[in-house]
Design a protein around this ligand. Structure first.
Ligand SMILES: [Zn+2]
Length: 419
């Protein structure tokens, strides 16, 4: 009996011990599991944090500033002014130097090249058929211009060879160009400029080439404005999915301050077809610049009906005035790029200076007047020039915006209310 009890007690002890042992182990396991769980939980939280971080990662904002000017023209007076009789060479750099800061600060600078470089052998000339020394293109390059539209009524002034040589020279100087071409293949490739990761496509065309004959087998050489062709060109450019599509038509009536309905219709069609910005030239004077909403697509686009002259020897006012138009583009992440702000800097072409000599160059009207008000005369302005500058500032503002101003500012922002 005692023996039985002892055996029972022994087994009981053993069972309890094992049980306690097991529960100890279980407890440890439990704690270990708990620890793991906590770690897991920490890890989980970390992951979640990563996910959130992923979700609220900074927006990628890209910006591009574009400076655009109107007609780049060279008349005899400018050639005489640029000619150095000691070296026998032409240097036009001084013509843009006063506005370098505006042209060079933009990410992309654009102008309308309204002449050709047919070479000295052909003889330099001005109106009605222009041929300009090659060094004018050096001055354009040095001023900061990156791309030029070449589709205008003067591109055939020295025939197809003059047109082709101009393209060769633009390529040699590494200046982008569109509107005239050396082959059908070139004509059909879309001109796109990547500016800080923003793709900007350009299309241009001209109403005509002053009645000069474009060879039958080289019709691709000039983009002639034609409903079907411009529509196709805009469509082709759209297919490349640019962030912004800029169309630069050479249309309008010379020396008129307002666009006629026929030109407005052309431009509205370009917007309906896909243009985001239309920058027109040819009238040689400034015309309204505004946001427009088209009836058909309901889309808002920006239009400059005429950018005016940037440099020329046309002195009849207001042909002596122009603007540097600044277009600020912003692109957020993969969203469609937007026009953030458009402003303009009124410019004026100086003619003779206080020494009586020609000094044909582009000035910012604000810079020139500001310099005078500080008691200087850095630009050697005659009294008549100072009066003209004051008048030109108001005149240009009125031509572009339709409003009057009292104050002289460096630049004016164009209201983004659509007309
Ligand atoms: Zn023209």
């Amino acid at each position: 009996m005692v023996k039985n009890f002892l055996i029972f007690a022994f087994f009981s002890f053993l069972t309890i011990s094992v049980s306690v042992g097991i529960s100890e182990i279980n407890k440890k396991n439990y704690e270990l599991n708990k620890l793991n769980e906590t770690e897991q939980s920490y890890k989980y939280q970390e992951d979640t944090k990563e996910d959130i971080k992923e979700d609220i990662k900074e927006d990628v904002i890209k910006n591009a500033s574009i400076a655009v000017v109107g007609d780049l023209m060279v008349h005899q007076w400018q050639m005489d002014d640029a000619y150095d009789k000691n070296t026998g060479e032409y240097n036009f750099d001084y013509a843009f130097e006063p506005v370098y800061k505006y042209l060079q600060n933009a990410d992309l600078t654009v102008g309308n090249l309204e002449t050709v470089f047919a070479g000295s052998e052909v003889g330099y000339s001005d109106y009605p058929c222009f041929n300009t020394p090659d060094s004018f293109l050096d001055a354009i390059k040095n001023a900061g211009f990156d791309v030029l539209t070449t589709a205008n009524n003067h591109c055939m002034d020295k025939g197809i060879n003059g047109l082709f040589r101009t393209i060769d020279l633009l390529n040699e100087k590494n200046i982008g160009h569109f509107g005239t071409y050396k082959s059908q293949q070139d004509r059909e490739s879309v001109f796109i400029k990547d500016v800080n990761g923003i793709k900007i496509a350009f299309v241009s065309s001209t109403y005509g080439v002053n009645g000069i004959n474009i060879p039958e087998d080289k019709k691709y050489a000039v983009n002639i404005l034609n409903e079907e062709l411009i529509k196709k060109d805009i469509e082709r450019a759209s297919q490349e999915n640019p962030d912004i599509l800029i169309v630069m038509p050479h249309i309008g009536n010379e020396y008129e301050s307002y666009p006629r309905d026929v030109f407005k219709d052309w431009i509205n069609n370009m917007i309906n077809d896909g243009a985001d910005i239309v920058l027109a030239s040819h009238p040689h004077v400034l015309q309204p610049m505004q946001y427009v909403k088209t009836d058909m697509s309901g889309k808002t686009a920006f239009v400059a009906y005429s950018l005016g002259n940037f440099i020329s020897s046309q002195r009849t006012k207001p042909r002596d005035t122009g603007v540097i138009l600044n277009i600020e583009i912003e692109k957020k992440n993969d969203e469609k790029a937007e026009i953030k702000e458009i402003s303009f800097i009124p410019t004026w072409v100086q003619w003779r200076d206080t020494t009586g000599a020609y000094n044909i160059r582009v000035l910012s009207i604000y810079d020139a007047l500001n310099d005078i008000s500080q008691g200087n005369n850095t630009y050697l302005l005659r009294n008549a020039d100072i009066s003209r500058l004051k008048e030109a500032q108001k005149e240009s503002y009125l031509a572009v915006t339709g409003n009057n101003i009292e104050n002289t500012f460096e630049k004016y922002i164009i209201s983004n209310e659509a007309n």
